[in-house]
Design a protein around this ligand. Structure first.
Ligand SMILES: [Zn+2]
Length: 268
């Protein structure tokens, strides 16, 4: 077979909607519509129905959809709860369990946060902040990310692998995902806070790893300077687009190195 044909086909491909970017709800909607429209056409002219069905399946395969505007329409009209089931945008924080301790409660008991002196809000204890930053520096100097994390997760350090892509920093063992952070800076902040909390709060080791992780990411809200570059961290509302939906998040980002420190989805 000549190589011309695949190249001709390639011109129709839309990689942004196929392969790992494929939107499953969009594909389901489109295949369903292809079946109904083709069935209707078959009553008029059987050949037309068959041709239409083949054409629309080819379009769905190569372009992700054949009904124009599908991804936008799906984002707009499908219930968010349903889209979340198919969503590939991985969020870092595990879902809370009933037996979990509330982050605010634990951090208050550990004297890490307390009511602010001047405004009606919670503030980070200044002594904790200093120790936390010193520990972050130590974690980075020692290059202790893997050894600290494998101890916390009770995993074999030699098999632990880190993987970094936009706004996600993943820890894997044999391809299995063990944990996810917004960035390496976020991981360093958590590991340092875990060291300090382990010394400061007697029941720390009794908490589940997921519960610890919720507490640690809650603590990151109070971070003002970046663990990696010392830059100022600013929080703002953003819209994050993933394959099938757009969501409103509050994102804290370092102004110096662009590291994402925290991302919290709004109105879940
Ligand atoms: Zn930074």
């Amino acid at each position: 077979m000549s190589t011309e044909f695949p190249r001709f086909v390639d011109r129709f491909r839309q990689p942004e909607y196929t392969g790992k970017n494929r939107c499953t709800p969009c594909t389901i909607v489109n295949v369903t519509m292809a079946v109904f429209v083709s069935a209707g056409l078959t009553f008029v002219t059987p050949l037309l129905g068959v041709v239409f069905f083949a054409f629309s399946l080819a379009a769905i395969y190569l372009r992700g959809y054949f009904v124009p505007g599908t991804p936008t329409l799906t984002k707009r009209y499908f219930p968010n709860r349903l889209l979340r089931l198919f969503d590939k945008h991985e969020t870092a924080t595990p879902a809370p369990q009933e037996t979990d301790r509330e982050p605010e409660e634990v951090l208050t008991e550990a004297n890490v946060i307390a009511s602010c002196e001047e405004i009606d809000d919670l503030c980070l204890d200044e002594e904790f902040r200093t120790t936390w930053h010193d520990t972050m520096e130590r974690v980075m100097e020692e290059g202790a990310e893997k050894s600290d994390l494998s101890r916390i997760l009770d995993a074999d350090e030699a098999n632990l692998e880190f993987e970094e892509h936009d706004n996600a920093f993943l820890a894997r063992i044999d391809g299995r995902r063990l944990g996810q952070w917004e960035s390496r800076a976020a991981l360093v902040a958590d590991l340092a806070a875990a060291r300090v909390l382990g010394d400061r709060y007697d029941d720390w080791d009794e908490l589940t790893v997921d519960n610890q992780s919720r507490i640690l990411s809650g603590l990151r809200i109070f971070l003002e300077t970046c663990p990696e570059c010392g830059g100022t961290i600013t929080a703002e509302q953003e819209t994050v687009e993933s394959c099938c939906r757009s969501m409103e998040v509050v994102a804290a980002t370092c102004e110096g190195c662009d590291a994402r420190i925290l991302e919290v989805e709004q109105n879940r």
